[in-house]
Design a protein around this ligand. Structure first.
Ligand code: DQA
Length: 161
């Protein structure tokens, strides 16, 4: 456990797509009452514990998100991505994500498989390392923990076999 990440500590990007800036007030019966600012605060505490950096961002603009993914690909950074509605619509975002090499966790706060049919198809899943869905905002921390472990910065979830 380290309070201050080392100079070479990896930065895990936590990228959020459209409407996720409204977490906390948006359909609380589906997405809960935690805001994205609350999620960020929790992730910063976790990052300090794991010895990594976490940078959380949100945008409603697809070109901005694609630019962030390109930069993450060039910098070989691990990414947690909640693509929001682009999950089900965006070939362009999937093509950008296909370039990521340091791990991509696709994350959904809600259980997309228990909702409308159109939410069951994701353009992102085939190019993701794995998917977290339906665990509420807790999923963000689990995804960060997984990517930190993958980067060699945290004990394996469940311990070493
Ligand atoms: O905006 C969102 C949020 C979501 O990605 C989730 O976090 O559960 C699920 C998507 O279907 C939806 O469009």
């Amino acid at each position: 456990m380290s309070e201050h990440p080392a100079d070479d500590a990896p930065t895990i990007l936590v990228l959020n797509g459209p409407n996720l800036g409204r977490l906390g007030k948006r359909q609380p019966e589906v997405y809960g009452s935690t805001t994205l600012a609350d999620v960020d605060a929790g992730l910063q505490r976790l990052a300090a514990e794991l010895g990594v950096r976490v940078e959380l961002r949100q945008t409603d603009a697809e070109h901005e998100m694609i630019g962030w993914v390109h930069a993450a690909a060039d910098a070989r950074q691990p990414v947690v991505l909640n693509p929001g509605g682009w999950t089900h619509t965006s070939v362009a975002l999937r093509d950008a994500c296909a370039e990521l090499v340091a791990g991509l966790v696709e994350l959904h706060v809600s259980n997309v498989h228990a909702r409308e049919d159109f939410r069951r198809h994701s353009y992102i899943t085939p190019v993701a390392t794995g998917v977290v869905a339906g665990l509420g905002v807790e999923g963000y921390g689990l995804a960060v923990r997984f990517l930190a472990q993958r980067a060699g910065r945290a004990p394996r979830v469940g311990g070493d076999a």
